[in-house]
Write a protein that binds this ligand. Structure first.
Ligand code: PLP
Length: 386
């Protein structure tokens, strides 16, 4: 065949999580590698979706989503995120937050544009940037609290920089960006005239009294911030593919055109289910998530520590990075395989989260699992002591 292989697709690899899941299956282990939450879908969300199917909400919706859902998101953005968005022109419902971010990048970035990311990063952020021909620039966060300074971001800016990406609460570090850090980022973005892309999919998973702050809520930031979120995690509906972006109408219009082109619309009855959930579920639902996941976090972090590994206690999201530098092996991958062989627990090695290996070796545990699975993982970890 004489067809040239596409370089774009060649750069994009999602190897580690999948590879570890396959290794886990081989030993019939406990898969704490993949971030799939298997807790129950809230009743109003299920009722809403069923009702929508029965009542005929099965056709294409407007390209930016059902009015009911856009209005419900606008209300939630106002009360929870402190961002005012017009549901008619500033909210684009998409195929998960993944689709929302992809559409935003396609709409707003040109090949060669540089986007600053904090690492450890979420692999889809990098791969989405690469897929649209953008160039990631990296700022390494400092463990164990994953801090950075204003100088760290200033060092990587160039005339080609078009945006900075924030993920708060973060996957994989569990970092919740503080008001001060977001203030630095806001000032930096204004100074260099940059977009701020912010992935807030874990906005309701917060521990130890940490508060979620949306970068788009800072004065003057709404016009340059693309807020990405969705309900995959909060409502345990990762397979439904309902997410959204919120941005100034100028950007939302362009993102909407791309969303129409790529997805036409998000699944109609499922949009309705999510709208129903947003309207029906009160604050107690969201505080229950924090309480429930805080218990899971504490259990797994204690067991990790008892096993002789150093967990970086997450402030939010549902992942924990643990230092396995002292394990046999040269790479994090070898160390994750060692842990799997000793305990039957699959984790993700940090090759998936750093563009060049870190000095320390980390593996990521996901604790969005049923309690039985967490308990079994804890027993195995506590039995194993390095
Ligand atoms: N953003 C982050 C930071 C994630 O960790 C994930 C899933 O693991 C997603 C987005 C995917 O979200 P969605 O299912 O809404 O596409």
């Amino acid at each position: 065949m004489s067809l040239k292989i596409s370089n774009r697709a060649e750069q994009i690899v999602q190897a580690e999580i999948r590879a570890m899941s396959i290794e886990c299956e081989k030993v019939v282990g406990i898969n704490l590698a993949q971030g799939v939450c298997d807790t129950e879908v809230p009743l109003p969300v299920r009722i809403g979706a069923k009702k929508a199917i029965d009542e005929g909400i099965n056709s294409y919706t407007r390209f930016d989503g059902l009015e009911e859902l856009r209005k419900a998101i606008a209300r939630k953005m106002h009360s929870y995120n402190r961002i005012t968005a017009d549901p008619d022109s500033e909210i684009i419902v998409s195929s998960g937050s993944t689709g929302a971010f992809y559409c935003a990048c396609l709409a707003l970035l040109n090949p060669g544009d540089e986007v600053i990311l904090f690492e450890p990063y979420y692999g889809y952020h990098i791969n989405t940037l690469l897929a649209v021909g953008a160039v990631p620039a990296y700022v390494r966060l400092h463990p164990p609290d994953w801090s950075f300074s204003p100088e760290d971001i200033e060092k990587v800016v160039t005339p080609r920089t078009k945006g900075i990406m924030v993920c708060t609460p973060a996957n994989p570090s569990g970092k919740v960006f503080s008001g001060l850090e977001l203030q630095w980022i806001a000032e930096f973005a204004v100074r260099h005239d940059l977009f701020v892309f912010t992935d807030e999919i874990y906005e309701y998973f917060l521990y130890d009294g940490n508060k979620h702050i949306s970068p788009g809520s800072f004065p003057g930031m709404a016009e340059r911030t693309i807020t990405i979120s969705g309900l995959s995690k909060t409502f345990s509906i990762t397979g439904w593919r309902i997410g959204y972006s919120v941005s100034h109408r100028r950007w939302a219009q362009m993102i909407g055109y791309i969303n129409d082109l790529v997805y036409v619309c998000a699944p109609a009855p499922l949009q309705f289910g999510v709208a129903y959930g947003l309207l029906e579920l009160g604050p107690e639902f969201y505080s229950e998530i924090c309480a429930q996941y805080a218990l899971k976090r504490d259990k797994i972090c204690n067991a990790i520590a008892k096993a002789g590994l150093k967990p970086c206690i997450p402030q939010g999201s549902y992942y924990v990075l643990a230092d396995v530098s002292h394990f046999p092996g040269h790479t994090s991958k070898e160390k994750a395989m060692y842990l799997l062989s000793k305990t039957g627990i699959a984790t993700v090695p940090d090759e998936a989260f750093f563009h060049i290996p870190s000095n320390q070796n980390y593996v990521r545990f996901c604790f969005a699992k049923r309690d039985e699975e967490i308990d079994e993982a804890c027993i195995r970890l506590e039995r194993f002591s390095f």
